[in-house]
Design a protein. Structure first.
Length: 438
């Protein structure tokens, strides 16, 4: 047996394993004998068939299995003996020779290996990463106050439809298709129909072409209470009769609204309302700034590490492990993959450098936070703790989800430790300019 390697790049090697007949003869003999003991052939008792018959039937597969076991063992031994940390998995080389699977032949196997880069860098206060302090303006406070009042507003009877109002109407066309109590948002009507709905009053009548007024077919089908594929054969000209008008009225800045927005008896007057809005705005801006800082810090750490990857090898590896991905899709998504892969290597290095650990309670807390966030996405706040814990426990029983949580928690710990290690270069900025940053 002969094992040789050549370095084909800083992070790639080609490994050649040559297997001679004497290297696999004993393994093949044992495998054939094992097969003989279990083999059943007509005319022979179990295990009593001649070895020549067993070899004729099962010899090729036993040969392949015996040689592959040896190759796999030698590959693992080479990696361990040379203390290699592989990226992905070994790939069959593009110049792998054709194999003639005949007992007594020699076999040559060639593998391409991708190696994980060795990282070594330090962080200190001389390292500066920008942190954006977003200015809170009177205009922003005023706009947020209006938004809060709109959030707790209500629909009331209206006399004349405005651009933000809802019009309730009956539709009918010449073919006899009628729909009653249709809700139309004035701003969503397009073209001439928008002008007809805007300013409309109860009992007004007019015609519209629904295809032109409501171009989204899904919405139009729902509004007319038909299936989407029925729209094409429908007469699009409808008579419209205005039945009612609903005007959206913002809530008043009173105690009831303050309690709904901030909790009971937390805010009592307009001065406290303004202060509470400023505090909320500050929290919102801080969350945005922290998120941006985390992103900038990741980029800084990847740059600081100067980590490089064997990209050609990784392209081949990705195409091999995911046969559904074509080259065009791979090239489109490859930059994002490389960035995430580099961050994973940097994160692993810093987890070790800062002696950071992820405990079970960290994962449990992350799972509960994720569940709470999911409920909030559906507008469900104040969910009982028991429900959250049960849902989190379900997540903790799913290996894939736990793996994702582990990655998130590790990233959070690394970002927090790195933030303490570097200097935050504070920069004041307007919210518009902040959100326009690339």
């Amino acid at each position: 047996m002969n094992v040789e390697h050549i370095e084909t790049g800083e992070l790639t090697r080609k490994l050649t394993i040559e297997i001679a007949p004497e290297d696999y003869a004993e393994a093949l003999r044992k495998r054939l004998n094992a097969r003989k003991r279990e083999a059943e052939f007509r005319g022979f008792r179990k295990g009593m068939a001649p070895l020549a018959l067993v070899k004729r039937v099962y010899g090729d597969q036993c040969l392949v299995d015996s040689v592959n076991d040896i190759v796999s063992g030698e590959l693992d031994k080479y990696v361990k003996d040379n203390n290699l940390r592989l990226l992905g998995e070994p790939l069959s080389s593009e110049d792998q020779p054709q194999l003639d699977w005949q007992d007594g032949n020699s076999f040559t196997f060639k593998f391409d290996l991708g190696l994980r880069p060795q990282l070594s860098f330090e962080l200190g206060k001389e390292d500066k990463v920008p942190y954006y302090d977003i200015n809170i303006t009177k205009e922003a406070v005023s706009e947020m106050k209006k938004n809060i009042l709109r959030q707790f507003g209500s629909l009331e009877e209206g006399k004349k439809a405005g651009k933000d109002d809802y019009v309730i109407c009956d539709f009918s066309n010449a073919a006899g298709h009628k729909v009653e109590g249709v809700y139309v948002t004035v701003r969503n009507a397009e073209g001439e129909a928008h002008d007809k709905f805007l300013g409309a009053k109860v009992d007004d009548k007019f015609q519209i072409n629904v295809n032109e007024a409501f171009t989204n077919e899904t919405d139009r089908a729902a509004m007319l209470k038909v299936k989407k594929d029925e729209l094409a054969d429908m007469d699009p000209v409808f008579d419209v009769t205005i039945v009612n008008i609903k005007t959206f009225v913002p809530a008043e800045a009173n105690q009831d609204t303050f309690d709904k927005a901030f909790g009971k008896d937390k805010v009592h007057n307009d001065e406290e309302f303004e202060k509470a809005v400023e505090e909320q705005l500050a929290r919102n801006y801080t969350e945005e700034a922290d998120y941006r800082f985390s992103s900038d810090l990741r980029k800084f750490l990847i740059g600081k590490s100067a980590v490089e990857l064997p990209e050609d090898f990784l392209r081949r590896w990705l195409l091999e492990i995911d046969t559904k991905t074509d080259k065009e899709t791979l090239e489109r998504e490859f930059p994002s993959f490389i960035y995430d892969f580099k961050w994973q290597l940097v994160r692993d290095y810093l987890m070790d450098k800062f002696s950071l650990k992820v405990e079970d309670k960290d994962l449990q807390e992350a799972a509960e936070a994720y569940v709470t966030y999911q409920y909030a996405q559906y507008g469900m706040g104040g969910v009982p703790e028991e429900y959250i814990k049960n849902a989190a426990n379900d997540i903790m029983r799913n290996e894939d989800q736990v793996r994702n949580l582990l990655s998130q928690v590790e990233s959070q710990k690394v970002i927090a430790a790195s933030r303490d290690a570097v200097t935050l270069a504070h920069k004041k900025i307007s919210v518009d300019k902040f959100r326009a940053l690339e």
